[in-house]
Design a protein around this ligand. Structure first.
Ligand code: SF4
Ligand code: SF4
Length: 171
């Protein structure tokens, strides 16, 4: 896991490769756990010592990861946990991963520090495009701050495709 500051990234678009959903355990807060357990059953979650997780299936993937013609989609979408909404970015109050000037992002009078996990294949390095700087990163900052709940620049478009052909996949 290696993090780079957002100002070293030209753009980001999810390629639906599914790596993130295969590699990491998703931590749930209590509210997220309750919604998922009530909707899909407690068996889709796992209780740890002091936190809840989404269950992983035998190959290590998230129990909600769906595959359609080698594109991987999230079966939770509008119930997606915050950790998944924010991936592959980390929005922090301190420059934990270095290069503070490159990671700095000012929002509403607050100084945030935003990094991305280089494991994500949807990142393109370079000088931030206008769209990435003023819409994508802003959306991630707002998601992290709780100012917004709905995703547009993240995997939101996938939800639409799921509605077209996904009822079979996501009953
Ligand atoms: S967020 Fe990145 S790692 Fe995850 S599915 Fe999309 S492109 Fe792949
Ligand atoms: S909840 Fe969705 S986005 Fe999160 S790990 Fe599972 S399939 Fe991936």
């Amino acid at each position: 896991m290696q993090f780079i500051p957002w100002q070293n990234i030209a753009d980001w678009h999810c390629k639906a490769c599914g790596y993130c959903c295969k590699l990491y355990s998703v931590v749930l807060d209590f509210t997220e756990w309750l919604r998922i357990a009530k909707t899909f059953g407690m068996e889709k979650t796992v209780a740890g010592l002091d936190r809840f997780y989404i269950k992983r299936v035998s190959d290590g993937s998230c129990a909600f990861l769906c595959n359609h013609t080698n594109n991987y989609y999230c079966g939770l979408q509008n119930m997606k946990p915050e950790a998944c909404k924010l991936w592959p970015f980390k929005v922090l109050s301190e420059p934990k991963y270095g290069q503070p000037n490159q990671a700095a992002y000012d929002y509403g009078g607050m100084r945030l520090y935003i990094y991305a996990d280089t494991m994500c294949s949807g990142l393109r390095c370079g000088t931030p495009t206008w769209d990435f700087r003023y819409t994508t990163i802003r959306e991630f900052a707002e998601l992290a701050l709780g100012v917004r709940q709905v995703q547009y620049k993240t995997t939101r478009a996938v939800a639409f495709r799921q509605q077209q052909w996904g009822r079979r996949l996501f009953p």
